[in-house]
Design a protein around this ligand. Structure first.
Ligand code: AMP
Ligand code: ZN
Length: 137
């Protein structure tokens, strides 16, 4: 399914031009227009899924295989030193375009890219709460 109001549906369908690195029946991989680093790319499914919760299981598996292939190829091309694969779900998590996508962000020594969080402490109380609840599911 496509969403007429979704820019990534239009880009994935080729209705809006993009810097396309790869395309198959299920996905288009494009360069991000506001890259965190040189070579920052996005994997877009051609069908509209708002986020990971909605994503079809089979497509989810294919997306990860494609991420692996793209990261491997791009590392050789870009000569980067590492990669972050990032995927945001919900406004609170930084999602701004509500069509599932995976960020492939090349990392270079000293690039200054910031994706981090302040590390907390796993307390026994929280650990037990979550372990108990997930066992009940
Ligand atoms: P997120 O914040 O995870 O939803 O990521 C959205 C990403 O899409 C951002 O990194 C934007 O720079 C990128 N973006 C938005 N519009 C376009 C576009 N027309 N072409 C390429 N990348 C885009
Ligand atoms: Zn869409």
């Amino acid at each position: 399914m496509k969403d007429d109001n979704c820019i990534f549906c239009k880009i994935a369908a080729g209705e809006i031009p993009s810097a396309t690195l790869y395309e198959d029946d299920d996905f288009r991989v494009i360069l991000d227009i506001e890259p965190a680093s040189k070579g920052h790319a996005l994997i877009l499914p051609k069908e509209h899924y708002a986020n990971l919760y909605e994503l079809d299981d089979e497509l989810a598996a294919k997306a990860m295989v494609l991420a692996k292939k793209m990261v491997t190829k791009l590392t050789a091309i870009l000569g980067c030193d590492g990669y972050n694969v990032v995927q945001n779900n919900g406004t609170v998590a930084g999602q701004t375009v509500f069509h599932f996508h995976m960020h492939l962000i090349p990392r270079y020594q000293g690039d200054g890219v910031k994706l981090g969080w302040k590390q907390g402490t796993l307390t026994d109380e929280v650990k037990e709460e979550i372990l108990t609840k997930i066992r009940e599911k």
